[in-house]
Design a protein around this ligand. Structure first.
Ligand code: HEC
Ligand code: HEC
Length: 256
């Protein structure tokens, strides 16, 4: 009995050798990180204070195309530089609040994203998220995608981005909200009595991620508190898109 236990322990140790726990946990999930789902939230919290549209001498990593073009340098700065095996300054800049806050797991995710071809979206989502509370937590991170336009408060921006906070339009129809995230929306829309006429791009996210981000939205900002499941997203995806909330926007957004 005892020998058996020790053998198991040795086997487990051999498997994890050379890899810290948080990093291993990620490796075990074996999904390829995507820009929208995994990388953009890290860039938002750890890079945008210095890398943003206003700074001229460093790039804005919140633009996917820019981040993609510079992915190898990003990997070298964030991973190799941090490990001391790259001669240029490691990123985030040493001793900045961002460098102190960025975890090894985050750095590893960036490295893995670059090495696996740096996709923008979709991704397997077999992360086992099930309870409503877990869904809300996962969705909170994904909401950085929406916050770029609808703002972190969910209040939107006058004449440009309608509010998600207390939105009658959002709360009236769950399937329609799912369609909007999947396919985008363009044209006139009236939210809480105010007219908007603009373009929202669709987002290539896995069913589970769409479910999580919408569950977060529905359970925040004074909204109805309902839950959205991956199954419901799958069902909506299988139907053909409604003409009102559809077709690829005529112009691509800055975020593509
Ligand atoms: C405190 C400010 C600050 C933060 C935070 C920061 N950077 Fe930088 N970054 C800079 C400055 C300044 C430069 C230019 C100096 C240099 O090249 O070393 C730079 C340069 C870079 C470069 C090289 C650009 C090129 O092509 O030569 C990369 C890549 C980079 N940063 C990635 C990142 C990433 C990714 C993050 C977040 C994980 C980040 N940085 C966070 C200030 C910052
Ligand atoms: C690039 C900017 C942008 C991003 C990012 C974005 N939206 Fe939108 N969203 C818009 C615009 C613009 C409209 C109005 C479109 C129209 O006029 O038809 C809109 C409309 C909506 C609506 C319907 C109107 C309302 O306010 O209830 C919902 C629901 C919605 N978005 C949810 C989301 C969610 C969830 C995300 C994140 C996954 C997201 N949006 C990301 C720009 C954006």
């Amino acid at each position: 009995m005892k020998t058996f236990f020790i053998q198991r322990l040795l086997a487990a140790t051999a498997l994890t050798a050379g890899c810290l726990t948080a990093v291993c946990a990620d490796e075990a999930s074996s999904s390829t990180p995507t820009y929208l789902r995994d990388i953009q939230p890290i860039f938002m919290s750890s890079c945008t204070r210095c890398h943003n549209q206003e700074t001229r001498f460093v790039y804005n990593w919140l633009d996917y195309k820019t981040a993609y073009a510079d992915r190898w340098e990003i990997k070298r700065r964030v991973w190799d530089g941090w490990q001391g095996s790259y001669y240029k300054e490691a990123m985030p800049v040493a001793n900045s609040p961002e460098s102190l806050a960025l975890t090894e797991a985050d750095r590893f995710i960036i490295r893995k994203w670059v090495e696996n071809g740096s996709p923008r979206g979709v991704a397997p989502a077999n992360d086992g998220v099930k309870s409503k509370a877990e869904r809300i937590e996962a969705g909170r991170k994904l909401f950085t995608i929406c916050a770029a336009c609808h703002q972190p408060t969910g209040h939107g921006l006058a004449n440009q981005f309608p509010p998600l906070a207390g939105s009658d339009y959002l709360n009236a129809d769950k399937a329609r909200a799912i369609q909007i995230v999947l396919y985008g929306r363009q044209g006139e829309v009236i939210v809480n009595g105010t007219k908007f006429n603009n373009n929202m791009p669709g987002f290539p996210l896995a069913d589970q991620d769409v479910a999580n981000v919408l569950t977060y939205v529905y359970n925040s900002f004074g909204n109805s508190g309902i839950e959205v499941t991956a199954e419901e997203v799958k069902t909506v995806r299988a139907q053909s898109p409604k003409p009102a909330a559809v077709t690829a926007p005529a112009t691509k957004s800055n975020f593509e």
